[in-house]
Design a protein around this ligand. Structure first.
Ligand code: CIZ
Length: 303
């Protein structure tokens, strides 16, 4: 099918199935264009719960669709491409976390939203890159186990001064950026601002002018007077930023900033998902009730 036919078929299917298409900021252009809403994983999961739809097609990776299923258990949540996983989320398992917790019985467990439902269920509270500093500041605990991203854990400990015990996980895409990439990009665009994601290595974060998650980056460009920005996050974000502020010139910090899992979803894959009503993501109720508690605590702490 050609692109025009695919768009039409998608419209038909959406009406027929009472479906809504949600696309993460890192999705490819054609998927972001076809989506009803784009955003970060938490924004999209909240929309999944609030929107008047029976089916939610979550164009992103597995943990994101799981978060939608946690917050919207009465809806059918589809992940169009079942192999779209998150290596960072896979770096911590519930059993390994349970074992780790025994070493630090006094510690509170903070789970980055990039984790499985089962890991969230083992945690006291969740965070996103946008609210991690505020949420961790609100905790009274002396010790905090932070899973699974050690770079975000480091950033939060620097910002809050809290004692954080990091889990040794990392995002394979952001961790691939080095200080030399920042130097090279600054040399090529000396009058551009450097904006990076806190999943980058601490040495990279240290060199940046602005450190924000994807939602924060979108807000930032809405208001900035900067005309050139070097962007240190997954390349799909450039499309989203251009939609918001087309007058700004954006440069990707490093050609390595591409998440293969985010690129598996294409328009034909989304259409096929709705046609076949695949691949349904569900969370067992005993895990969901615990995971939703950790998410709700985060929403209260970051309100
Ligand atoms: O939570 C998200 O959506 C991710 C993966 C990154 C971000 O900064 O928004």
């Amino acid at each position: 099918m050609i692109a025009q036919d695919l768009q039409e078929r998608l419209h038909e299917l959406k009406r027929e199935k009472k479906a809504v298409i949600l696309a993460h900021n890192y999705q490819i252009e054609e998927v972001q264009e076809a989506a009803d809403y784009t955003g970060d994983s938490l924004e999209l999961s909240r929309l999944a719960a609030e929107l008047d739809a029976e089916v939610v097609v979550f164009c992103g990776v597995h943990f994101m669709a799981e978060s939608a299923a946690i917050l919207a258990p009465e809806k059918t949540v589809l992940l169009p491409e079942p192999s779209a996983g998150c290596p960072l989320a896979d770096m911590v398992t519930p059993s390994a976390l349970r074992e780790f917790k025994q070493k630090y019985p006094q510690a509170k467990v903070v789970a980055y939203i990039n984790s499985s439902a089962a890991v969230k269920a083992e945690s006291d509270i969740c965070v996103t890159s946008a609210n991690a500093v505020k949420v961790v500041e609100s905790l009274e605990a002396e010790e905090i186990i932070f899973v699974p991203d050690c770079n975000l854990a480091h950033y939060v400990s620097r910002q809050t001064g809290k004692k954080i015990i990091p889990w040794p996980g990392y995002c394979i895409t952001h961790h691939r950026v080095f200080p030399e990439d920042v130097e090279r990009a600054r040399r090529a665009h000396p009058d551009a601002l450097v904006m990076v994601h806190p999943e980058c290595r601490p040495e990279v974060v240290e060199m940046a002018d602005v450190v924000l998650g994807t939602g924060g980056m979108i807000n930032f460009v809405r208001h900035t007077e900067a005309r050139k920005i070097i962007v240190g996050t997954e390349m799909g974000m450039l499309y989203r930023l251009r939609q918001e502020r087309p007058d700004i010139e954006y440069y990707l910090l490093s050609p390595g900033l591409i998440c293969p899992n985010m690129k598996y979803t294409s328009l034909p894959v989304v259409v096929a998902a709705l046609e076949k009503m695949e691949h349904r993501i569900t969370v067992p109720e005993e895990i969901r009730t615990k995971a939703v508690r950790a998410l709700q605590r985060m929403l209260e702490a970051s309100a």
